[in-house]
Design a protein around this ligand. Structure first.
Ligand code: PMM
Length: 281
C-alpha cells in the first residue's frame, strides 16, 4: 500500500503532495513502482496534529480518489469520518482505512456495512493532539492491544459488517512508546487474532529513536528508509509469526525490492527443504 497524503502537515511527507494534481501524479508514480493499493488521506495523524474541517478533508481527498480510481487503481481512503468514507466510496474507493477503528465516528461502521467496503480497523486511543498521554498498557501492550481490538471487532460485527471485510492493524506509533511498537511487531499473530493484518511502520518515530545520535536526537524522518526496509524484510520472512496482508509504506519501490529478496529467499529455502534445485539458478 503506497501512501498518498493530501495534507500540508503529515510528519513523513507533509506538504509535498497537498494539491490534488500533485497527489494524483504521486499516486500514479507509486503504482508504477508496484503499489497494489493507494491509501489517500486528507488528515494528518502525526502526534500533536489538529484536525481539518470536514469540508477541507473532502476537498482534499475526493478529486484525488476519483482520478486514481478512474485509472483502475485499488484505492483506500484514510479517514476517521463517516461522511468522508461514504463520499470516498462513491468516488471509487473500495477500502476504508480508519485509524480509529470506529471510535472517532461510530457511524463509519454503518457506511462500511452498507457499501460492503473493506475495512481496516487500527488500534487507537485518542486523537493525535492528546494520544501520547495514553501510553500505559496493562498487563502488557500485546494483551491490551489485542483486547481493545477485540472490542472493536465486536462493535464492527454489531454494525452488520462481515468478518471478510475486516483487516486489523496494531497502530504503530499511535499512543505507543518506541518499545511498545517493537513488542507488537514481535507478536503480530496475537494482535491479528485470525484476521488479515495491515502494518504501518514506514518512517515512524520509533525507527528514528532506534537510530538516534550521540546527543539523543532521533534520526530525521527523511533518513529512516533503510531501517524501514530492513523491517519489511524481517516481516516478509515471518517476524511476528504471521503473514501480513498489507504493508503501508511511502517508498513503494524500495519495499517491493525487499519483498522480492524475501520471496526469493523463501523459495530457495523451501526448495532446499524439498531437496530440489535452488530457486533462481
Ligand atoms: N499510520 C499513519 C496514517 N495512517 N493507517 C493505518 N492503517 N496504519 C498506520 O500505521 C497509519 C495509517 C501515519 O503515517 P503517515 O503520516 O505517514 O501517513
Amino acid at each position: 500500500m503506497g501512501v498518498v497524503n493530501v495534507t500540508p502537515d503529515s510528519f513523513s511527507d507533509g506538504g509535498r503532495y497537498d494539491d490534488p494534481e500533485r497527489a494524483v501524479a504521486h499516486g500514479r508514480a507509486l503504482l508504477a513502482d508496484g503499489a497494489d493499493i493507494l491509501d489517500v488521506g486528507g488528515e494528518s495523524t502525526r502526534p500533536g496534529a489538529t484536525r481539518p474541517l470536514l469540508a477541507e478533508e473532502l476537498d482534499r481527498v475526493v478529486p484525488v480518489i476519483e482520478a486514481l480510481a478512474a485509472d483502475g487503481a485499488t484505492v483506500s481512503v484514510d479517514t476517521m469520518r463517516a461522511e468522508v468514507a461514504a463520499r470516498a466510496v462513491e468516488a471509487g474507493a473500495s477500502i476504508v482505512n480508519d485509524v480509529s477503528g470506529g471510535l472517532a465516528d461510530p457511524a463509519i461502521l454503518d457506511v462500511v456495512a452498507s457499501t460492503g467496503a473493506r475495512y481496516v480497523a487500527m488500534h487507537w486511543r485518542a486523537h493525535s493532539d492528546t494520544m501520547q498521554q495514553f501510553t500505559t498498557y496493562q498487563p502488557d501492550v500485546v494483551t491490551a492491544v489485542r483486547e481493545e481490538l477485540a472490542q472493536r471487532v465486536a462493535a464492527i460485527r454489531a454494525a452488520g459488517v462481515r468478518d471478510e471485510q475486516v483487516v486489523l492493524d496494531p497502530g504503530l506509533g499511535f499512543a505507543k512508546q518506541a518499545h511498545h511498537n517493537w513488542e507488537l511487531l514481535r507478536h503480530l499473530d496475537e494482535v491479528a487474532q485470525g484476521f488479515p493484518l495491515l502494518v504501518g511502520a514506514s518512517r515512524k518515530t520509533f525507527l528514528g529513536r532506534l537510530l538516534e545520535d550521540d546527543q539523543g536526537d532521533p534520526r530525521p524522518v527523511g533518513e529512516r528508509e533503510a531501517a524501514g526496509i530492513a523491517l519489511t524484510t524481517l516481516l516478509a520472512a515471518g517476524l511476528g509469526g504471521t503473514g501480513i496482508w498489507c504493508l503501508r509504506v511511502h517508498d513503494v519501490r524500495a519495499h517491493r525490492d525487499a519483498l522480492a529478496v524475501a520471496a526469493q529467499w523463501s523459495g530457495y529455502t523451501a526448495d532446499r527443504a524439498a531437496g530440489g534445485k535452488e530457486a533462481g539458478d
